[in-house]
Design a protein around this ligand. Structure first.
Ligand code: PLP
Length: 381
């Protein structure tokens, strides 16, 4: 355990998730979104696991992630960059058939220039602004864009037309999402009117894919669901109600384990750890676990987090330190150094879910996962 804890990924759970996703989202291609180090699961480990489940399209945010996927993936898989890249990265992308989003005229010009220089077409996805206000061309720019695309047909492949929804996981955004749908349909028409059409259209992340089946088009970009989580409780409950089920068909594939580093007996009437965050009212036995906020165990879980040791759920006491935390094992017999500590996962009849973490520390699933450091070993089980 080089980094004092280990992250395990379960191939069978992933297989089950992909079977569910393919069955649920029929007749549409699914791109696996693996930005944020595959939502903390680890690109290097995760990409071959996903390929073993038949996945052959990966979406990332930046060029660095694309390089990692490129190293881990089979040559047949498609890689698509949805966010940041500089000119050097664009050249690399063109040379290696990596597809990328274009949402500014500068990037379009760079793609044309570099394609000419390299002697190979750039595979681009045009992102349009429909109300997210992050990246994307305004609809008013479509005539100019269409002209560029037509005039440079020898340098550019108009692979995709796309957009991103601004919070499809919450009904509070209903009106905004509805407006985005209308504007995207308008953009599709505009390109057609100007005599050019993309090979594919794609708009949906997980929440939108569940909620807006009419917006699936040719491909959906699934992030959180492949890892076994729903975008929000609201989306999950909507699914429950629609299909009259009470259990999520998705399975968590990640678990996170460490081991007890040492045991500490504390007399009554002492403060435990830094500061005065916890006071021993009675004699206590603590297990010290070598995981702290530097490892992604948020400091906001001080005095509120829970882990499992020897089959029992035990509470974090005091402040979470940079590299370790203390848990109260006073009532558990036989806890000793080296005993397994489950930070995320199941032991015996108890589970620490990623969601429970979120509820206790006000972090999103997304946030907790992506904060798991790169240097924790990932193991496939
Ligand atoms: C992150 C992201 C997704 C995937 O989102 P999930 O909610 O995890 O499915 C899809 N599209 C874009 C543009 C993204 O940034």
């Amino acid at each position: 355990m080089k980094a004092s804890s280990v992250i395990k990924l379960e191939q069978a759970a992933l297989q089950s998730n992909w079977e569910f996703l393919r069955n649920y989202f029929k007749n549409v291609k699914i791109s696996a979104v693996v930005k944020g180090n595959a939502y903390g699961h680890g690109i290097k480990t995760y990409v071959p696991m996903a390929e073993a489940c038949g996945v052959n399209h990966f979406s990332v945010f930046n060029a660095h992630e694309a390089y990692e996927v490129y190293d881990a993936a089979s040559p047949e898989s498609t890689i698509m960059i949805m966010g940041s890249l500089d000119e050097g990265d664009i050249a690399w992308a063109i040379e290696h058939n990596i597809e990328f989003y274009v949402f500014t005229m500068e990037r379009l010009a760079a793609a044309i220039k570099l394609s000419e220089k390299i002697g190979k077409k750039a595979l681009i996805h045009i992102e349009v602004e429909t109300g997210m206000y992050r990246t994307g061309f305004e609809l008013g720019e479509i005539p100019e864009l269409a002209a560029h695309l037509k005039n440079n047909a020898d340098k550019l492949v108009f692979k995709g037309l796309c957009m991103h929804f601004a919070g499809a996981e919450s009904i509070a955004n209903y009106v905004r999402i509805k407006r985005q749908k209308i504007l995207f349909k308008k953009a599709v028409k505009e390109f057609k009117t100007h005599g050019i059409e993309p090979e594919i259209k794609h708009t949906c992340c997980s929440a939108a894919a569940v909620r807006l089946p009419d917006m699936h088009y040719d491909m959906i970009r699934i992030g959180i669901m492949q890892y076994g989580f729903w975008s929000s409780p609201e989306v999950l409950i909507e699914y429950f109600n629609k299909y009259k089920v009470t259990e999520s068909p998705l399975k968590r594939i990640i678990s996170w384990e460490s081991a007890v580093m040492s045991i500490k007996n504390v007399p009554p009437g002492e403060f435990i750890g830094y500061s005065q965050a916890f006071f021993s009212h009675h004699p206590m036995k603590l297990a010290i676990v070598p995981v702290g906020y530097a490892h992604g165990f948020s400091r906001s879980l001080s005095n509120t987090g829970v882990v499992i040791i020897n089959g029992w759920r035990v509470p974090v006491v005091g402040l979470v330190n940079m590299n370790c935390l203390a848990v109260d094992v006073t009532s558990i017999n036989d806890v000793k150094s080296g005993d397994k500590v489950t930070l995320i996962g199941t032991q015996g009849e108890y589970e620490v879910s990623v969601a429970s973490f979120g509820e206790r520390s006000d972090q999103l699933n997304y946030e907790l996962l992506t904060r798991l450091p790169l240097d924790i070993t990932r193991e496939v089980v």
